[in-house]
Design a protein around this ligand. Sequence first.
Ligand SMILES: [Zn+2]
Length: 122
Amino acid sequence: MIHWTIGQGVPKYLEQHARSVVKKIIKCSPVLHDLRIVLVGAYTYPSGLDMVCGEFASPHASEATPTIYACVFSSGERLSHITDTICHEWGHYEQYRDRKPLVEGSDIEQRTRRLMEAVERG
Ligand SMILES: [Zn+2]
């Protein structure tokens, strides 16, 4: 089951996009935990670049459940960045779910692309 936390300053249309991405991902990648997804809206870069970054946190002392963080920048956001971020972090959730080490590398890049294709197909 997915638990959403929407940070301050996340525009509604970006939240809606993120929710629709996740709805499509779970059709092909089961969620076996309480999975928290946090959209963080407060980040800004001095350069004014629009970027999204993400993080996957497995449960530890300060997190009771696996958690995906996606930083959503509010100006001129490109939806594909959010899709990319969520798919990448979802790949880390799958590593956790499947009891594999949480690592970067070609496997997760490939998995990110597969999930993005699934999202595009709907
Ligand atoms: Zn990663």
